[in-house]
Ligand binder design. Structure first.
Ligand code: SAM
Length: 282
């Protein structure tokens, strides 16, 4: 099923390279502040509603990391394509002491570093931190949670999921126990073949028996990355994501889907739903 690099015909390979390069060009227009404003304020981040997108994502991450079989743990966790966001690590920072955040764009890495250093005028994650503390129910305060996350994050580094060595030139001291990725592969791949290759590339970063926690968009064809700027997204569904993970050597542990309520369609993308998958590398 999986077509290794050597199997791709010469013409097709040249086309793919152009398409991947075109995606990288599109990303030059990504504006972190606009992206955060489109996706991480109400109604998409309304903590008074369980059917709002962000509370749904946080409860998936919380349930998997805290209450499942309890097998998502270790030392090193790599967050793939972090963007300018930290919400995806709020549960994981309780179980992984060495978190590495990654992004293709320096503007996003810079946004994360500014939050890590507590600089003024960064995005306000307070409600997200409070919600994660409430889910955990251990009486942790949000400033304490922020401190725990900042302590766990050890690096913010460049990544290119389309490279066979995605973190080059960074040399990873040890393979990761867990990979987390939210809205990355479908949003940076020109087609399903590239998505699959990117997943293969990422597999080189993960230990056998390690977990991949992936959140992504269902049936999305574009999203907005700055005012008036749309980037193409490769539309994926549960069947494709599951089959691709299996073809890359993963066992599917959990697969959950969420359908967007009408009022979450705020005109910044055409996403139909969201998937959350926990997969284990065999
Ligand atoms: N993880 C964040 C979230 O949950 O909102 C951001 C997701 S955003 C839709 C996609 C991210 O992928 C952007 O931050 C973008 O810079 C990054 N990206 C673009 N090209 C990439 C590549 N070739 N390799 C890895 N990440 C890439």
């Amino acid at each position: 099923q999986s077509s290794g690099r050597g199997d791709v015909p010469e013409m097709e390979r040249a086309d793919k390279e152009v398409s991947v390069a075109a995606m990288k060009e599109y990303y030059k227009q990504f504006d972190p502040r606009s992206y955060l404003r489109y996706n991480y304020i109400p109604p998409r981040a309304d903590f008074t509603r369980t059917d709002s997108i962000v509370p749904w994502k946080l409860s998936c991450l919380h349930l998997i990391v805290f209450h499942a079989i309890g097998d998502v743990h270790g030392r090193t966790l790599i967050d793939i394509g972090s963007g300018p966001t930290i919400y995806q690590l709020l549960s994981a920072c309780e179980h992984f002491s060495n978190i590495i955040m990654t992004d293709f764009l320096e503007v996003n890495r810079q946004e994360i570093r500014r939050w890590l250093h507590g600089e003024p005028d960064t995005f306000d994650w307070t409600a997200f931190l409070q919600h994660a503390c409430e889910l955990e129910g251990k009486g942790c305060s949000w400033p304490e949670k922020a401190k725990r996350l900042r302590t766990a994050i050890h690096d913010v580094i460049p990544i290119d999921v389309h490279s066979p060595n995605p973190l080059h030139p960074y040399s990873l001291p040890e393979l990761a126990d867990c990979l987390v990725s939210s809205f990355c592969l479908e949003a940076v791949s020109p087609d399903r073949t590239s998505f699959q290759k990117a997943l293969t590339n990422l597999g080189t970063l993960l230990k056998p028996n390690g977990h991949f926690l992936m959140i992504g968009a269902l049936d999305e064809s574009y999203y907005q990355v700055a005012d008036g700027v749309h980037i193409p997204v490769v539309p994926v569904d549960q069947e494709f994501v599951s089959a691709t993970l299996k073809s890359c050597g993963y066992e599917i542990c959990t697969f959950q889907c969420y359908t967007l309520p009408q009022d979450m369609k705020v005109g910044v993308d055409d996403v139909a739903g969201i998937f959350f998958v926990k997969a284990k590398k065999k």
